[in-house]
Each structure stands twice: as structure tokens, then as C-alpha cells.
Design a protein around this ligand. Structure first.
Ligand SMILES: NCc1[nH]cc(CCC(=O)O)c1CC(=O)O
Length: 341
């Protein structure tokens, strides 16, 4: 049968262990819902996988996604499984975010190096001594944590999850910060020492937009594949993530922004509402603007409108100044690192 066989669905993904695992999970559910279909995985390495030294922002926004999107547009594949947090908030013409899956734990976590772990000497970031070295390449993480833990030193750590865990143990870090989701999906949950969120004692951290969820990208006109993917959609997560992405899209105006978010479905007066929190931080962590909204939301369009309102509020509260400063730094050629690694 040709590639156009209606019973074969081609699934694009990156080649990292996490990307392959995520793709496997999505396909397992789709197969149960659509037993007559055959899913074929097409795994490729993207620019972000190949270039491990250029600062992430210089690689541009589509560093994890562009090559896959070109294949999608060319009909070489039928949909793409992404970590939602690696998907730019604006997609190429003809491509849409067709489905968001249930979220794995969206929080960031602390991993101590194996020697500290063995001695059991530290349980939380607060226990680390002055000058301790914490690894993260994400400005969002470093800037938020710098505010709460001024005694800690933040240093870059790049690479896929296995590489970062190895560097944590072998390259002089006391701890590193990673997303819980990737660790749990790859069965490294036992290494998680502390979960960080807005309520963390000693100082919290808001996670990246879309963290912990998978985003399935499809051709805009491909109603059949969109319909098939309903079997893996988690609508409350999809709505929450559309709100998170809208905050980011509204604020970034073409550049990526150090922004943390947290969403939850809460009940108020017997009505289910979406609570959306967001923080924008300056690169040095010295300034931060934080706000939240809670609103009844039933559609993706309402979620996007809610995100836009919160973003505009943040901009008025000083986030715009923080972003202008980041852009000025870029124009003057300073090595400004933004992006969520
Ligand atoms: N850019 C790195 C990246 N993209 C997705 C994940 C895993 C977690 C997730 O799905 O959010 C990670 C690793 C990390 O941040 O620790």
C-alpha cells in the first residue's frame, strides 16, 4: 500500500528518549481507541538536538519543531507529538495545535547530586549552604529562584534529561532543577528530592507554559486526524494550556519571555473556574511582576481571551518595562539568554 493508505497514520517526533517515550504513550492510547489503524513512528533529530553549544535563543524559536513541521506540511507525517512547552506560541501557516493530552505533574523539581543524595544531607533548596551550585539553563527558573535563594549560584546545564542527571553527579553541581514530567515519564522519579510550586516553603517557582502536557500538531485542514486525536485529548488541560500560551503570546511580541505560570481548576460558589497565575521576571531576578485571575471558562477562545487580559494586566504592572529591557539588551548585542531549557 502507498503512504496514502488511509489505515496508516505517520507520527513525527524527535529522537530523544523522552520524545520517543511520549510518542509511545500517545500511540498506545490511540491504538486502543482505533484498533483498525496502524501507527508508524518517524523520529528525526532537530536543530535543538544537533546544536548543543549555540545559546538557545540564537537558534530561534522553532529549534525543536521546524523540521517536523516541514514534514507535516509536506504530508510525510500526519501529526507530531511535542512536549507542549517546546512548541512556539505561534505556529506556521497551515499547522495547528490540534490536541493537548492530560498533564503529567507540571511542577519543577530539585535533584541533588548523587553524593549528597547518598549522605541524605539535604532535603530542600533551603538546606543548601551559601555558594552552593544549582544547574539550570532556564532563565525562568534561575531568575525566580535567585530572588528566593540569593545565596545560591546558578550555572548552565544543557542536554537531554539523562545527560543533565549525569552532569549533576559528575560536573560539580550540588543540585539541578528539572521538570517532574520528564523524569517521571523516564522512570527517574526516585531522584526527585523536592517539588517546587507557588506554595513551596522557603520560596516557590512557577513552571513553564505548557509544562508537563503533550501538544499534538496537525495540518489545519486535516479533520480526520483531528477527530482521531480526540481519544487522547484532555479538555480541561487543553483549555488551561491555551490560557497559559495566550499569556505568553501576548507578552512576547516576537521574543521569548521569562515567564512562569500555574493553572488550576477550582470551585467557587459551586461553579468550576480556571485559576491562572503568572509571573514575569527580569533576567537578574531583581524584578518580578506577578498576578492572577480566576474565571469561568468553557471554550478555547475564552481561555485565550483570559490569558490576554492577564498578560495586559501584567504589562501595565511593570512586565512591559522588564521585557523592554530584555529587548534593549538584545539590540545592543548583549548575550541575553531567554527560553525555557
Ligand atoms: N526543553 C526541555 C524539556 N522539554 C520538555 C521537558 C520535560 C517536561 C515537560 O514535558 O514539560 C524538558 C526537560 C525539562 O525541562 O526538565
Amino acid at each position: 500500500m502507498s503512504a496514502l493508505s488511509p489505515n496508516i497514520i505517520k507520527v513525527g517526533t524527535r529522537r530523544s528518549a523522552l520524545a520517543l517515550r511520549q510518542t509511545e504513550l500517545v500511540i498506545a492510547t490511540l491504538k486502543r481507541a482505533h484498533p483498525h489503524l496502524t501507527f508508524v513512528v518517524d523520529a528525526i533529530s532537530t536543530m535543538g538536538d544537533r546544536d548543543k553549544t549555540t545559546p538557545l535563543p540564537e537558534l530561534g524559536k522553532g529549534l525543536w519543531t521546524s523540521e517536523l513541521e516541514a514534514k507535516l506540511a509536506a504530508r510525510d507525517i500526519d501529526f507530531i507529538v511535542h512536549s507542549l512547552k517546546d512548541m512556539p506560541t505561534s505556529l506556521p501557516d497551515g499547522c495547528v495545535l490540534g490536541c493537548v493530552t492530560a498533564r503529567e505533574d507540571p511542577r519543577d523539581v530539585v535533584i541533588f547530586n548523587a553524593a549528597h543524595e547518598k549522605k541524605g544531607e539535604y532535603k530542600t533548596l533551603r538546606d543548601l549552604p551559601e555558594g552552593a551550585v544549582v544547574g539550570t539553563s532556564s532563565v525562568r527558573r534561575a531568575a525566580q529562584l535567585r530572588r528566593r535563594y540569593p545565596g545560591l549560584v546558578f550555572r548552565d546545564v544543557r542536554g537531554n534529561i539523562e545527560t543533565r542527571l549525569r552532569k549533576c553527579d559528575e560536573e560539580g553541581f550540588d543540585a539541578i532543577i528539572l521538570a517532574a514530567a520528564g523524569l517521571l515519564r523516564l522512570d527517574f522519579g526516585a531522584r526527585i528530592a523536592q517539588y517546587l510550586d507557588s506554595s513551596t516553603e522557603g520560596g516557590g517557582l512557577l513552571h513553564a507554559v505548557g509544562q508537563g502536557a503533550l501538544g499534538l500538531e496537525v495540518r489545519e485542514e486535516d479533520e480526520r486526524v483531528k477527530e482521531l486525536l480526540k481519544a487522547v485529548e484532555d479538555t480541561p488541560t487543553m483549555i488551561a494550556c491555551f490560557a497559559e500560551r495566550s499569556v505568553m503570546r501576548t507578552l512576547e511580541g516576537g521574543c521569548s519571555v521569562p515567564i512562569g505560570v500555574e493553572t488550576a481548576w477550582v470551585e467557587e460558589d459551586g461553579v468550576k473556574k480556571l485559576r491562572l497565575r503568572a509571573v514575569v521576571v527580569s533576567l537578574d531576578g531583581k524584578q518580578a511582576v506577578e498576578s492572577e485571575r480566576t474565571q469561568e471558562i468553557t471554550t478555547l477562545a475564552e481561555a485565550e481571551a483570559m490569558g490576554k487580559v492577564l498578560a495586559e494586566k501584567l504589562a501595565g504592572m511593570g512586565a512591559q518595562q522588564i521585557l523592554d529591557d530584555i529587548n534593549k539588551g538584545r539590540e545592543s548585542g548583549a548575550a541575553v539568554k531567554v527560553g525555557d531549557a
